[in-house]
Write a protein that binds this ligand. Sequence first.
Ligand SMILES: NC(=O)c1ccc[n+]([C@@H]2O[C@H](COP(=O)([O-])OP(=O)(O)OC[C@H]3O[C@@H](n4cnc5c(N)ncnc54)[C@H](O)[C@@H]3O)[C@@H](O)[C@H]2O)c1
Length: 297
Amino acid sequence: MKVEDVKVVAQVGAGRMGSGIAEVVARAGFKVVLMDISVEALKFSIGLIRGSMGRLVAKGRLTERDVEEAISRVKTTTSLKEAAEEADIVIEAIPEEMELKKRLFKDLDALCPERTVFASNTSSLMITDLASATNRPDRFIGLHFFNPVPIMRGVEVVRGALTSKETVELAVEFCKRLGKVPIVVNDGPGFFTSRWFAAWAGEAFRLFEAGIAGIKEIDQMAKLCFNMPMGPFELHDMAGIDVQLHVMEYLYKETGDPRYAPPLILKKLVKAGYYGDRKYNPKSKGGFYDYFGIPKE
Ligand SMILES: NC(=O)c1ccc[n+]([C@@H]2O[C@H](COP(=O)([O-])OP(=O)(O)OC[C@H]3O[C@@H](n4cnc5c(N)ncnc54)[C@H](O)[C@@H]3O)[C@@H](O)[C@H]2O)c1
């Protein structure tokens, strides 16, 4: 399949990432079927998409008409069958759990047309392993978008052991149509970005635990001393403390490398229901700043 043949994209999982992906795909002119098991998540997602595009209208980068046209291309559903049956590409962004994702892909494999290409937005799970749940490992690829999707330009395109050349070419052209810059890498736990990022963030968590610097001070140093747009704690409050815990658990299990051993602070907050800022996850009690009672700037 060529990118010109792609008309309908099924976005499965309408959380932080699924909402952002659905937005950029709809804005690029594709029809989107946005599927989630939760009606509340779908409603929240449409609110996130409207809010995100509203900010672009305020900046003069989109018109109200663009927003309405993009929204009109997004259909929501809780039926996997409905999402699957017309999809040219399926993009999965459900929680970072191997068995959950494999079960979903097995079901999708039975429901989708032969031509449908499967993409996972997993942050760390091996694409080759996910693809083994289907009969189409050649039409299976990693499309690792970054948070917030409408803003971050890079997409890590992950080639599984059996991903075909055609599928890689389609994924690259599809990302370009979304206005993104695709960067192709080979499969492995955490690929490049999550492996490198977990080592960096893990060190910040451990230095906090060792009492070297506080949360606010670490975030300040990232911004003021290294010119990063956000510090590691702010970033996890946005991206999901639970997401990073899942990533580090998997990386540690697969590599045995102590750099990826999940720090206690991550486990403690997730067990206490602090998954990150409530602005991005209504099921969360809050993030690092809320738990430690640190005023946000
Ligand atoms: N948060 C990030 O910064 C980030 C960045 C890159 C990649 N990712 C990856 O993207 C994926 C999703 O992360 P997120 O932060 O959007 O998670 P999230 O928890 O915000 O959203 C997950 C959504 O999936 C839905 N869901 C659960 N099971 C489902 C099923 N069987 N079918 C359909 N929907 C289902 C949930 O109701 C929820 O709305 C994960 O694999 C994560 O590792 C996350």
